[in-house]
Design a protein around this ligand. Structure first.
Ligand code: PMP
Length: 407
């Protein structure tokens, strides 16, 4: 057993997530929440209600089921707008995930780019916020500029002030790194980009889960996230855009419900949001995310933040106390990535897996970052509001056993 200095940290919300108990019965401790989260009963009930009471397509049918589905779907859009403190629900575009939202932007803004223009990202970006821009740069002969990190794993503002300049067409950066677990200095970065007239994109895939929900205060042009990481259903992403920024997007995918008029040779397209939601959207998932947000809004937000912070500290302390463990960067919340001297992360991951500890190992879809740190991979433990100190105790005891075998 490990010596926990602190009091036990039970999660008052654990029972709201039935899968946690189910996983525990399977001998699994789930600590891979940055990859995806378990779902609250409120979401499961909403999906059940929708499917049991009658599915229908949205924005098309005159009939009652269609009207009900459309009403529930659009009400979710308003809840999401409210969650992000957007001006209005028309600024919320549904996509199939953060990845598809970023691809939408990289295609939708292509017409704004001129050969030689610069797109600025950072060294810690997830592949989802790297590859769409890298490929856009290839298509249009742009320069992809990579902002370096300081020793704490934060985007280096001194370097950024030099690298963000008059040729910067767009800045796209993560709010909270999925590897280093640190809030990035977005206000300073966004204002540098804006002072040069560049568009700004924030990848909120990790940040949105941990209590910062004000896109107006943030002042970005676009903000993207995936529902499944925010305790919501899969197959759904959100693209928020300021009205002026959305108006600059060219349509990307074409099909049903995104047109105003069409004949065989020409078409006129709707503005956002529907103009960017070609085809049948993931209706149940949208309704489900609305229910998830209702559930999250009903929680004592400060209590959630305090619980996650206490767990994170426990995790960090436990790792720091053990010899030969190197924590990557200076994680502030939600997750910690680490490597162990003389131990390959894949071997350690294998032994943790055998003991029912579900953590992530590898490059975390940020290969260039891991390469720049000189690492083939790392182990990442990521927390959610339903985790508790017992989960961490099981993790540490499995870690100690694994290290005993490996060292
Ligand atoms: N950005 C970050 C920082 C992420 O952590 C992830 C998911 N790991 C993504 C983008 C992509 O999200 P999705 O796979 O849901 O599209």
């Amino acid at each position: 057993a490990i010596e926990l200095n602190n009091m036990p940290l039970p999660s008052p919300w654990r029972a709201d997530f039935p899968a946690i108990a189910a996983l525990q019965r399977q001998g699994q401790t789930y600590l891979d929440n940055a990859a995806t989260t378990q779902k609250p009963q409120a979401l499961i009930d909403a999906l059940n209600h929708y499917y049991v009471n009658g599915a229908a397509n949205v924005h098309r049918a005159q009939h009652l089921p269609g009207a009900n589905a459309t009403q529930a779907f659009e009400s979710s859009r308003s809840k999401i707008a409210h969650w992000l403190n957007a001006d209005e629900s028309a600024q919320i575009v549904f996509t199939h995930g953060a990845t598809s939202a970023l691809n939408l932007l990289a295609y939708g803004l292509e017409h704004e780019c001129v050969a030689g223009d610069e797109i600025v990202i950072s060294a810690l970006e997830h592949h989802a916020n790297l590859l769409p821009w890298q490929q856009l740069a290839h298509r249009c002969d742009l320069k992809l500029i990579i902002l370096p990190l300081d020793t704490n794993g934060l985007i280096d503002l001194v370097a950024a002030a030099v690298l963000i300049g008059p040729r910067t067409r767009l800045l796209a950066v993560s709010q909270l790194s999925n590897v280093l677990g640190a809030w990035q200095p977005l206000p300073a970065l966004l204002s540098m980009a804006k002072s040069h007239g560049a568009l700004t994109v924030v990848d909120g895939a990790q940040g949105v889960v941990h209590g910062r929900h004000d896109v107006q205060a943030l002042g970005c042009d676009f903000y993207v996230f995936s529902s499944h990481k925010l305790y919501g259903p899969e197959g759904l992403g959100v693209l928020y855009g300021r009205n002026e920024a959305l108006a600059r997007l060219h349509h990307w995918q074409f099909g049903g419900e995104m047109v105003l008029t069409a004949d065989y040779h020409t078409a006129r397209f709707r503005p956002a949001p529907l103009g960017f939601e070609a085809g049948t959207p993931p209706i149940a998932s949208v309704i489900g995310l609305g229910a998830t947000l209702d559930y999250l809004a009903s929680l004592d937000h400060m209590a959630v933040v305090a619980h996650e912070a206490a767990l994170h500290q426990l995790l960090l302390d436990g790792l720091n106390r053990r010899e030969g463990i190197r924590v990557l960067g200076a994680p502030q919340l939600a997750l910690v990535s680490f490597v162990v001297e003389g131990v390959h992360n894949a071997d350690l991951a294998h032994l943790l897996t055998e003991q029912g500890i579900a953590v992530r190992a590898g490059h975390h879809c940020a290969m260039p970052l891991l390469k720049s740190l000189g690492l083939p991979g790392a182990i990442r433990v990521s927390l959610a509001l339903y985790n508790d100190s017992d989960d961490l105790e099981r993790f540490f005891s499995a870690l100690d056993q694994a290290l005993e075998l490996l060292r």
